[in-house]
Design a protein around this ligand. Structure first.
Ligand SMILES: [Zn+2]
Ligand SMILES: [Zn+2]
Length: 280
């Protein structure tokens, strides 16, 4: 893996799925790939979805397997000497489940929690394009509005460390027909007010929309609000662990970022993008 043109200080990737949820590779395979890609830190963050109606999702970690998942990642963490392994989780934000989400996750030794909105009411935003195709224009607008509101509410819980894929509903290129910029800005304000970090989620570059989450415009606004940033591939297989990292770094700089952040036991540390900016 080439990281040409940059001497990176912070080569971390915190949003990665394994066979514990909908990933194709095991924890060990992901670690091996991260090592080969020259990453310094690899965070495992399988899907955790505690729906209020106790629905099961084929793409999520079965809730009763949470401790087995933690045990495997912690074991890998202890064994990996040259690469730092972190214990994370990508948690679905279901407003009605917040009490039980807090109860289950707070006592456990996570390094960070990613808060993600994948559903507006019962509508799955990012599963495939078909549900979007069958929506009317008004319904699409309603989904977008509802999404931004849920991101605000998710941030307001102040429970999560990183906001996942900020503008996810754009995935299949179904955009609102109204200008919802104010709604998106309110979501950024909520993330800033909650002192959460955001991610550049590189997986969007490989989706129909062909751009990272968030769009550059939102990333600039995030920087203006001093929202801390991590770069994540959202890998679902070992080969994707460092996908588009260099491109994301250029995007971060274009948005005005000079530092990224790292996490450990839910505490955050700033790291300059370039070593020379250390003494500035
Ligand atoms: Zn997600
Ligand atoms: Zn994910």
């Amino acid at each position: 893996m080439e990281f040409s043109g940059h001497t990176l200080v912070t080569r971390t990737s915190y949003h990665n799925h394994t066979t514990w949820s909908d990933g194709a590779s095991t924890v060990a395979e992901m670690i091996d790939a991260a090592r080969k890609a020259g990453m310094e830190e690899l965070g495992i963050s399988d899907h955790f979805a505690l729906a209020p109606d106790h629905r099961r999702f084929s793409w999520a970690l079965p809730p009763e397997s949470l401790d087995a998942y933690i045990a495997e990642v912690q074991k890998a963490k202890a064994a990996a000497k040259d690469l730092k392994i972190l214990l994370g989780l990508e948690v679905d934000y279901f407003p009605e489940s917040m009490d039980s989400i807090r109860q289950r996750l707070t006592p456990r030794p996570f390094d960070y929690l990613i808060g993600s909105v994948h559903f507006v009411d019962d509508f799955a935003i990012d599963l495939n394009a078909q549900p979007w195709e069958s929506l009317s224009r008004a319904e699409r607008n309603r989904m977008w509005r509802g999404y931004w509101q849920l991101v605000r509410d998710m941030a307001a819980t102040r429970f999560f460390d990183i906001a996942g894929h900020f503008d996810l509903p754009k995935k299949f290129k179904f955009f609102p027909s109204l200008d919802l910029t104010d709604d998106a800005m309110a979501a950024l304000d909520a993330i800033a007010a909650a002192d959460m970090a955001m991610e550049i989620n590189c997986s969007g570059w490989d989706k129909p929309v062909e751009e990272a989450y968030p769009a550059l415009m939102y990333l600039r606004e995030a920087n203006r609000r001093k929202i801390p940033l991590v770069i994540n591939s959202d890998a679902h297989s070992a080969g994707q662990v460092a996908n588009h990292f260099e491109r994301a770094l250029r995007m971060a700089e274009e948005a005005g970022y000079t530092e990224l952040v790292r996490f450990e036991r839910r505490r955050r540390f700033a790291c300059p993008i370039h070593p020379e900016s250390r003494n500035e």
